[in-house]
Design a protein. Structure first.
Length: 212
């Protein structure tokens, strides 16, 4: 009997020789308390560190959400439905019958008015136990070349209060004719808006679940 075909696994690409690791774990993120940031440092170092060389930039953003981590993860993990919380997506197509496992792809159509039309994205990691997911853009009509993103979900509880911090980071090529600052500003703005919408959607789900 032939051996079962192993599931594809997530692996980081080999860094170029002139690259340096990012240091997102060394600077407290805007909007986080010192306590929250210290709790998150191990996860930032593990999941949100990239090798960045000339012509690339990276960033890490955080969003505090007043909902349990399980509610938020139930939305984020749906690779086939990014439009649930991501702005600027007109539609998303996933081949019928395809399981959402590492290596599967989605085709995203972007609303008009942005410097993009379509994006083909590959699921790189989906870890329900650690609540970690990530994807890479591998094709389409857009300016985000070699874009790779990671999102992690972190539950907190203190004095009877429950909340969640969502971290999202990325690394991307700086387009020719653009500066690193311009590229980061554009990508950061899109990620921030998506995280804000995620907070709105999931806090609404949490209120509905509580019957309020």
């Amino acid at each position: 009997m032939a051996d079962a075909k192993p599931e594809p696994s997530f692996s980081m690409p080999e860094p170029p020789p002139d690259s340096e690791p990012t240091t997102h774990h060394l600077t407290i993120l805007p909007g986080l308390t010192q306590y929250e940031f210290c709790e998150l440092i191990p996860s930032i170092a593990q999941f949100h560190t990239y090798s960045v060389g000339p012509g690339k930039c990276s960033s890490l953003l955080a969003q505090r959400i007043n909902a349990s981590h399980d509610v938020i993860w139930s939305v984020i993990r749906r690779f086939e439905k990014p439009q649930t919380y991501k702005h600027f997506i007109k539609s998303c197509f996933v081949e019928e019958g395809v399981q959402m496992v590492v290596g599967c792809t989605r085709d995203v159509n972007v609303i008009s008015g942005l410097p993009a039309a379509t994006s083909t994205e590959r699921l790189d990691i989906l870890d329900d136990e650690r609540q970690v997911t990530g994807f890479s853009i591998i094709g389409g009509e857009h300016r985000l070349r070699n874009y790779r993103s990671m999102t992690t979900v972190h539950g907190f509880e203190h004095d009877g209060r429950i909340w969640t911090i969502v971290l999202e980071s990325y690394v991307v090529d700086v387009p020719e004719g653009n500066t690193e600052e311009d590229t980061r500003l554009f990508a950061d703005t899109v990620v921030k808006l998506n995280l804000q919408k995620l907070a709105s959607v999931t806090e609404g789900l949490a209120r509905d679940a509580d019957g309020k």
